[in-house]
Design a binder for this molecule. Structure first.
Ligand code: GLA
Length: 388
């Protein structure tokens, strides 16, 4: 009998036993990624300078722990044995050394590649090399893999990303698996057991509501997230793409609103600016711990759009300990005066204390209406906590 059971287990297809590494992303991952500012122009000096700047600016302490090399770290071809090779001109010390450096500085090490035959910037992709690549990533000390979807041909997304999940698991090093499939095949319906986060949109660019060929401003991405909240939770997050906070195409108000709304969405917070050169105002946004706490709340519930009217939106997010976050967004081109009667937010039961998270001020309780003004493309963000 015992022999038969062992035989049956051995006969199970690998896919039945396969799984992602569990528990690596109890809250949305936070870090810095090279793509939004530097594109493929990355190298080890830049990455080290960014690590130093993340430390000295207080960002590491605020929770940004993954430093992710996006596209452009490899040579244009694999070596004769089929291995991916870090570009020796950009990374002369190799990626194991860079990983060791980042770990010593208290960071985690992330890298990008692609499920297709080539990355979107035409470097070798992973298709057909998944197990070999996963072993190399593990040997370099990689902790986070962003896996893209260019040049995928007729491949099936679910099967393809599962192959890489299984390869990572087989390589034995716990690696956060970030699916970058742009939402094309609705990964929220099938990726919960495949990765720890999945892109829900095309690429972001640094503007409020412009459209480029492959990318859009954050306002369009925000609207496309409505209804996805039910699919996110601890260890499986919707990813509306990385942050453009502090990048030149956004005003300070637009950066503040983008950051607040991404926190309401329980989005991964991957800064994409040049942290060596950011202004104090941008640093104030990216390191506001009370706002970050909305994103990182342990209940792990994504916020939702409670109301939308021409020019204004209200987003709400349920938090642990019966707290709520409420974000008023002025999407119009003019400043807006708001009179808020808290009883209109029917989900708030009983009296709550109200704190303005950008002003860092307690402003009374929900028993009293409040009047405030919000600038164009800006937000007001409140945290409500039950009054004793
Ligand atoms: C895709 C991804 C981006 C970035 C680029 C790199 O467009 O969606 O986030 O990784 O590839 O080429």
């Amino acid at each position: 009998m015992k022999k038969i059971i062992i035989l049956l287990i051995l006969c199970l297809p690998v896919s039945v036993l396969a799984q992602k590494f569990k528990g690596l992303a109890p809250t949305p991952p936070m870090g810095w990624n090279s793509w939004n500012t530097f594109g493929i122009n990355i190298n080890e000096k830049l990455v080290k300078e960014m690590a130093e700047a993340l430390i000295s600016s207080g960002m590491q302490e605020a929770g940004y722990k993954y430093i992710v090399l996006d596209d452009g770290w490899e040579t244009k071809t694999r070596d004769p044995n089929g291995n991916l090779i870090p570009d020796p001109n950009k990374f002369p010390s190799g990626l194991k050394a860079l990983g060791d450096y980042l770990h010593e500085k208290g960071f985690k090490f992330g890298i990008h590649n692609c499920a297709g035959t080539k990355t979107c910037a035409s470097y070798p992709g992973g298709r057909g090399h998944e197990y070999q690549d996963a072993r190399n990533y593990a040997s370099w000390g990689v902790d986070y893999l962003k896996y893209d979807w260019c040049e995928h041909g007729t491949a099936n997304a679910e099967e393809t990303f599962k192959t890489m999940r299984d390869a990572l698991y087989a390589a034995g090093r716990p690696i956060v698996f970030s699916l970058c499939e742009w939402g094309s095949n609705k990964p929220w319906l099938w990726a919960k057991d495949v990765g720890h986060l999945w892109r829900t949109s095309g690429d972001i660019t640094d503007c409020y509501d412009c459209q480029e060929v492959y990318s859009t401003g954050w306002k369009f991405i925000l609207e496309s997230q409505v209804g996805l909240e039910k699919y996110a939770g601890p260890d499986h997050w919707n990813d509306p793409d990385m942050l453009e906070v502090g990048n030149p195409g956004l005003t300070l108000a637009e950066s503040r609103a983008h950051f607040s709304l991404w926190c309401m969405l329980a989005a991964p917070l991957m800064a994409g600016n040049d942290v060596r050169k950011m202004s104090d105002e941008v640093r104030y946004i990216l390191t506001n711990k009370e706002v970050i706490a909305i994103d990182q709340d342990p209940l792990g519930k994504q916020g939702y759009q409670f109301m939308i009217q021409p020019g204004k939106e209200i987003w709400v997010k349920e938090l642990s300990n019966k707290n709520w976050a409420v974000c008023f967004f002025n999407s119009s081109d003019k400043p807006m005066k708001i009179r808020l009667n808290w009883s209109h937010l029917w989900f708030v039961k009983g009296t709550h204390k109200v704190r303005d998270l950008w002003k860092k001020e307690d402003i009374g309780t929900t028993n009293k209406n409040i009047d405030f003004e919000i600038g164009s493309h800006d937000v007001a963000l409140f945290k409500l906590s039950p009054a004793e």
